[in-house]
Design a protein. Structure first.
Length: 175
């Protein structure tokens, strides 16, 4: 499984490097924020509930969940991440005063994910729908952080794609 992980990391690195000349124009510089962000504070926080939503639609569907978590677990800190700029804008509007921190999702490089997880120290990761990042999920699993899929569904077409890479997805979803 380690070979597959490192192959994935290598392909991901090549894809980002090849797209770097155009990314600053397309993504307005968000790439650097997602690679090198400093999530603050440090590991002393602990017990963080990390909720991740991909984009606008997932963020909107996550708002009631995040508010309920805040009411049900007021002693816990909630970290909310989103992948898209529009998702982040909506999260800031809807959840700004509700969560401990709002951050862009780190890119799925082992070193970026490791740093983010080390600095935020989550105890549970709630993934809204199916924005699956293999490197992140593998790292969370290795750290003993529970990952829970919320409101997820897999279409028949996606299921066929998963079937082609069964060993990879079996490892991701196992445990």
């Amino acid at each position: 499984m380690k070979i597959l992980f490192w192959c994935y990391q290598a392909l991901w690195t090549v894809a980002v490097l090849l797209s770097m000349p155009v990314l600053p124009f397309v993504r307005k510089g968000r790439l650097l924020a997602r690679l090198f962000q400093d999530p603050r504070p440090g590991p002393e926080v602990g017990g963080v509930i990390w909720v991740h939503a991909l984009s606008l639609g997932e963020v909107v569907s996550a708002v009631p969940l995040v508010r309920a978590l805040g009411e049900g677990f007021p002693q816990r800190k909630i970290l909310f991440t989103a992948t898209t700029a529009q998702g982040m804008e909506t999260a800031e509007k809807e959840l700004g005063g509700t969560v401990w921190a709002l951050r862009p999702m780190p890119l799925d490089f082992w070193w970026s994910v490791r740093r983010f997880v080390r600095r935020t120290n989550p105890s549970v990761f709630l993934l809204v729908e199916t924005d699956i990042w293999p490197g992140l999920l593998a790292h969370l699993k290795n750290k003993g952080v529970s990952a829970i899929l919320v409101n997820g569904r897999v279409s028949p077409r996606t299921m066929r794609s998963y079937a082609r890479f069964k060993p990879v997805f079996r490892h991701i979803y196992k445990g």
